[in-house]
Design a protein around this ligand. Structure first.
Ligand code: SAM
Length: 270
């Protein structure tokens, strides 16, 4: 075990938690209950898993590193609640885990290299997810939670806040892990929104508009968006288009996307 603990695969973003106080704080933030169905992404050596498994009805864990699977089995395999999946969390179908309509709570100390695609993969399946609690790079948590006008507000803030309510809980410093990461981490609590602003838009459409808006951060929004939509359509909206992209709210980006979609439809008409 000691030797295994020392081997950490960089390509799997392995920074294992070793600080029991931080682990207790994370478990406290998750606050598992006996009737809940939890899913942990990247259980590693089971630092968090071991505290969750007896506190919930069922715990599915998804781990990509096949060398860690026997280790988990030896350590925690005797718990009937535990179900170990050797799989890539980015390609995993979480809806298949749902039993008796009990929604999932998804948690994990996530490998930093897959954070953004994984969050979007999970949010695409959010109809079966109650909430999520993750350890991420602190800088990414700050970007997700940023408000318009702040330096960190950008595409990730808008795309995430359109789909969920996100709250930064606390910071975790590098010495909580082996090996120590080079950056600070933070715990984020994410609750998918059951009702989206504007009644729901295709995510791809919002992404297209927001990506275009932020393609030239220092220009005004009318300057950056005029290549994908006509200015007359933009001017009909109640938005000051002399603003820069980082000062425009999520609601306004939704309104712009609705106008862009309507214009696409008009263009397609015979
Ligand atoms: N939960 C453990 C802890 O806190 O000590 C390990 C956390 S470590 C930061 C990330 C874990 O995710 C590792 O166990 C790693 O092998 C696993 N992992 C990396 N990429 C993954 C992927 N695509 N799918 C599933 N697990 C992955």
């Amino acid at each position: 075990m000691a030797q295994n603990r020392l081997r950490a695969r960089k390509r799997f973003g392995q920074n294992f938690l070793q600080d029991e106080m931080v682990i207790a704080d994370i478990v406290g933030a998750i606050d598992p209950a006996a009737d809940q169905h939890l899913v942990e992404i990247g259980p590693g050596h089971g630092a968090i898993t071991q505290h969750l498994v007896s506190a919930c009805q069922r715990l599915d864990v998804v781990e990509i590193d096949r060398d860690l699977i026997p280790l988990l089995q030896t350590k925690l395999g005797h718990y009937p609640q535990l179900h170990i999946h050797e799989a890539d969390a980015l390609a995993f179908d979480y809806t298949e885990l749902v039993l008796d309509d009990v929604p999932l709570r998804v948690i994990g100390n996530l490998p930093y290299n897959i954070t953004t695609p994984l969050l979007f993969h999970l949010l695409a399946q959010s109809h079966c997810i109650t909430d999520m609690c993750f350890m991420l790079q602190k800088e990414v948590v700050d970007r997700i939670c940023a408000q318009p006008g702040s330096k960190t507000y950008g595409r990730l803030s808008i795309m995430m806040q359109y789909q969920c309510e996100a709250t930064k809980l606390f910071t975790v410093f590098p010495d909580a892990f082996i090996p120590m990461p080079k950056v600070d981490s933070a715990i984020i609590y994410i609750k998918p929104l059951s009702e989206r602003i504007g009644g729901g838009l295709p995510i791809k459409a919002l992404n297209k508009v927001v990506t275009q808006a932020f393609s030239m951060r220092r220009k005004t929004i009318s300057n950056t968006l005029k290549s994908i939509m006509s200015l007359s359509v933009l001017e009909r909206l109640d938005i000051d288009f002399k603003q820069r992209p980082e000062t425009i709210s999520v609601e306004d980006y939704v309104a712009i996307t609705q106008a862009w979609l309507a214009e696409q439809d008009d263009v397609k008409l015979p």
